[in-house]
Design a protein around this ligand. Structure first.
Ligand SMILES: [Zn+2]
Length: 877
């Protein structure tokens, strides 16, 4: 699955949304794992789905293999009304009874113990469609009704009876009865369609063995656009009237799939590949075998108004979900404790493939910026190991939080660099070959990598995966020219170390011996070690994280830090400069540099020629705002923003130039937002106003990369009339991205009365479930409204809970993320109230507590230094 990342201003709330849009985290399932005395071997499923009705009916026929003499067994069924449950042996009916033995399980009992052998179970059931975009759900759009599904992690059991755990991989054979005017999509091609009077019966080909969570169904008056040039047939599937927006996706799929087939050295494992655009959908996308679902605003784009950011996102999402078809679907984790690996691998592979197919999006650099945020989370004591035991009672998808995606990806990348890409690939291929169509655990992959490389990869990897935290590598140059390396856990300033921790760290030293630049790989396994550099001389400069591939923080003496920054273009590559800026922020956190020094170091990159470095610099400028800027400092901060970033915008210009790279266009969009909003740069706001008007008057006439920025900034000073206009455009938009853009802009009106109206609208307006957090997030990014989102959440907790699946409510404590200890205390009390507690939210609360304490501590420690730096800037005008 791919979580949605919100593309507007980065704020604490945006972070929340990144978390909240992780689909999943099913609420406690209320039972232990199923026993393995009775195993399913095949399931035939027939469902009558009329999306125009409130409920549906179905029958399931499940072949069973009884392994031991038992007189009862369990299967999953949650909220289904079971009419008939019949157990048969090969020869005869077996008398049995059934009871709903837990919220999610049914127990079947027999009078006498079953003898081992083959049996079958038939069940008839009815159920209401969900309307909250989980399980089998219905929705209406454009006056038509549709059914879609989303099952990860444990919602298949809410749709039909099954053995709903990833280790039960069986073939399914699906038959759907739908209205005559509807179409239907499943995981496999259609074998035949039998017309009836008002309905038709559609029989799908039997699937390969698969876990229930990657089953998919779509029905309704769907439109299909064929994808040509793939090794298997496939279509882009849309709701009625939207297929005109499918062309870009149809062109993007084949090269991405082909690149994956080359890497894996094998053809796509399933019979066909459809990509389906779903209007109501919590995650960004979901890897259902052969039937990948996407949120419609991700998959469907208008070629005239599509932005570089949208195309880059679509490419990455596709590559991630298609990578899962091998890693996740073909080979499935045995249990959810390895979900992190499933996601980390897809994230790593997806970005690698996206970089290969569309290098212009510079995915590697974007990853590096995201890794910085993962390391920040990982440095806190509330962080857990990304691989840890998960019980059936846990929030299953919390097993793969944002940290697991990005830390897991970064650790895989580090080991790929250490082992060498070809060796790493050989290990991955051996692992896939051994476990194809079955299940595996994480250590199976480490062992395959160790075997392929002859190196102790397994021992080193487990130090990153089985313990929480990120190491700090300190490099010191000794008088004789050797380098002393030491390691300890990286922690925020004043946080006591939780105990002795050691990692086995592949360190890549990059340095100049005066005549040439060299790299040297060292596996740091001890608390400290001394390294003789190749060439034997003292280095002129030394970067302890060469090529920025290491998952660790690093520290060098202050003069070396400045030398690296001053020599930027010459000593550090663009990815290394991006990583340098992120590491500088970490040094500030740890109290290893002061706030003014951090700002001075960062400013050295303001005239960097590389747009990705400018984007990383903006992260640091934004960090200053988030931690230090109070209402009193808003004006001096605006001066700082204009001084630091204004010249860069002047250099690249406010409009797209012929032949410029996509990175420049993306950096421009970021610069305009920061300069217009935080920097209060009147010329930028006026420019945005004119662009917004032009876009509305003549769609397609404005650089698509600037449309969202223009609409957001135009709202800043907008009045009632503009608010109504944007609201109407949001409600009537036919292009999903336009809908998202106007929704975002609705949160940028700063007039107090309109802001109040906007936040009311987010719950009372015709918003889709996944859209209700957008306005509060945008609004909370303004200093004067930073209290609003938390207040909104607490005052409307019940209403939010009625719109949001229980599995997402676990993330609500993140609304208290800020620098305010007062709000933290209020939040602790609020979530301690049983009426507001959700299983798993204690963990979120602990994370929020650590983040708020970090922020408040940093503000207290460095606030005065930063304030005087900012104020002195105003004076030095
Ligand atoms: Zn995924």
């Amino acid at each position: 699955m791919r979580p949605v990342r919100v593309s507007t201003l980065s704020t604490c709330l945006v972070f929340l949304l990144a978390l909240a849009f992780h689909a999943g985290t099913a609420a406690a399932s209320g039972s232990a794992r199923l026993q393995r005395d009775v195993l399913p071997t095949f399931e035939r499923l027939k469902l009558s789905l009329d999306a125009r009705k409130k409920s549906y009916s179905g029958t399931a026929h499940i072949d069973l293999s009884v392994k031991a003499a038992v007189d009862s067994f369990q299967l999953h069924s949650e909220g289904l009304a079971l009419q008939r449950v019949t157990l048969r042996s090969a020869k005869a009916l077996v008398p049995s009874t059934h009871t709903q033995s837990g919220p999610t399980t049914v127990t079947v009992r027999t009078r006498a113990p079953l003898r081992p052998g083959a049996y079958s179970l038939d069940l008839d059931f009815t159920n209401d469609f969900s309307t909250r975009a989980q399980g089998i759900y219905r929705l209406e759009t454009g006056g038509e009704s549709y059914c879609f599904t989303q099952f990860e992690a444990d919602d298949a059991r809410k749709a039909f009876p099954c053995w709903d755990e990833p280790s039960f991989k069986v073939p399914y054979q699906l038959t759907l009865v739908v209205p005559r005017s509807h179409r239907a999509i499943g995981n496999t091609p259609i074998v035949r369609t039998i017309p009836g009077k008002t309905s038709k019966t559609i029989v799908f080909q039997r699937t390969k063995p698969m876990p229930a969570y990657i089953l998919a169904i779509a029905t309704g008056p769907l439109e299909l656009v064929p994808i040509t040039g793939m090794s298997v047939p496939g279509n882009v599937v849309t709701v009625k009237g939207a297929s005109r927006l499918a062309g870009t996706a149809a062109k993007m799929v084949p090269p991405i799939l082909a690149a994956l087939e080359r890497y894996f050295g094998s053809r796509f494992p399933y019979e066909k590949l459809d990509v389906i655009a779903v209007p109501e959908f919590w995650p960004g996308a979901m890897e259902n075998a052969g039937a990948v679902t996407f949120r419609d605003d991700v998959l469907l784009v208008d070629p005239k108004t599509v932005s570089v950011g949208q195309l880059s996102t679509l490419s990455v999402y596709m590559a991630h979900e298609f990578a899962h078809q091998w890693f996740g679907d073909l080979v499935t984790m045995d249990w959810w404790d390895d979900l992190w690996l499933n996601e980390a691998f897809a994230e790593w592979m997806g970005d690698k493939i996206s970089d290969e197919v569309s290098p212009e999006y510079k995915r590697r650099v974007k990853d590096l910026r995201e890794t910085q945020s993962a390391m920040r989370t990982d440095s806190r004591l509330s962080t857990r190991a990304i691989r840890r035991p998960v019980s059936a009672l846990d929030n299953l998808l919390q097993a793969a939080d944002d940290l697991a995606y990005k830390k897991g990806q970064a650790v895989l990348g580090m080991f790929e660099q250490w082992l060498g890409p070809e060796t790493f690939r050989a290990g991955v291929l051996a692992y896939l070959k051994e476990h194809a169509w079955g299940n595996s655990v994480g250590s199976d992959l480490w062992e395959a990598l160790s075997k392929a490389s002859g190196k102790a990869a397994s021992a080193a990897m487990t130090t990153f995966l089985d313990q929480g935290g990120v190491p700090l590598v300190t490099a010191e140059i000794l008088a004789d020219g050797r380098v002393k390396l030491s390691q300890r856990r990286f922690l925020g300033y004043g946080v006591p170390a939780p105990g002795e921790q050691l990692w086995r760290i592949p360190v890549c030293l990059k340095y100049s011996d005066g005549s040439e630049v060299r790299t040297q790989s060292v596996l740091l396994t001890e608390r400290e070690t001394t390294v003789t550099l190749e060439g034997g001389k003292a280095p002129r400069w030394l970067n302890p994280n060469g090529d920025a591939a290491g998952y660790y923080r690093w520290s060098v003496p202050p003069e070396m830090l400045h030398r690296l920054a001053d020599g930027e273009g010459e000593y550090l590559t663009p990815v290394e400069r991006v990583e340098f800026l992120g590491n500088a922020a970490a040094l500030l956190d740890a109290g290893l540099i002061h706030g003014d020094e951090f700002m001075r170091l960062s400013a050295k990159f303001a005239d960097d020629k590389d747009p990705e470095v400018i984007s990383a610099l903006m992260d640091n400028v934004e960090l200053i705002r988030r931690i230090f800027v109070t209402r009193e400092l808003a004006d001096p901060y605006a001066v700082y923003v204009r001084r630091t970033l204004g010249p860069t915008l002047a250099r690249i210009g406010m409009t797209r130039r012929p032949g410029e790279t996509d990175g420049v266009s993306l950096a421009r969009a970021g610069l305009l937002v920061v300069l217009g909003d935080d920097g209060k740069e009147a010329s930028v706001v006026a420019f945005a106003d004119s662009l917004a008007k032009q876009h509305i008057a003549t769609p397609g006439s404005v650089d698509p990369t600037l449309i969202e920025v223009a609409l957001d900034l135009s709202a800043l000073r907008g009045g009632e009339a503009l608010f109504s206009d944007y609201k109407k455009r949001f409600e009537t938009a036919e292009i999903p991205a336009e809908r998202a853009r106007y929704l975002s802009a609705l949160g940028f009106f700063r007039d107090p009365k309109i802001a109040q109206e906007a936040i009311r609208y987010s719950l009372e307006g015709p918003l889709r479930p996944q859209e209700i957090f957008t306005i509060p997030a945008s609004l909370g990014s303004a200093i004067e409204y930073e209290d609003v989102p938390y207040k909104w959440m607490t005052e409307n907790f019940g209403t939010i809970a009625s719109k949001v699946p229980p599995m997402f409510m676990v993330y609500m404590p993140n609304f208290a993320r800020s620098c305010s200890l007062e709000r933290l205390e209020a939040a602790k009390a609020f979530f301690a109230d049983p009426a507001h507690s959700v299983p798993g939210s204690e963990l979120e609360m602990a994370r929020v507590r650590d983040a708020v304490n970090d922020c408040a501590g940093l503000r207290q420690r460095e606030g005065a230094v930063v304030a005087s730096y900012l104020i002195q800037l105003v004076g030095s005008r």
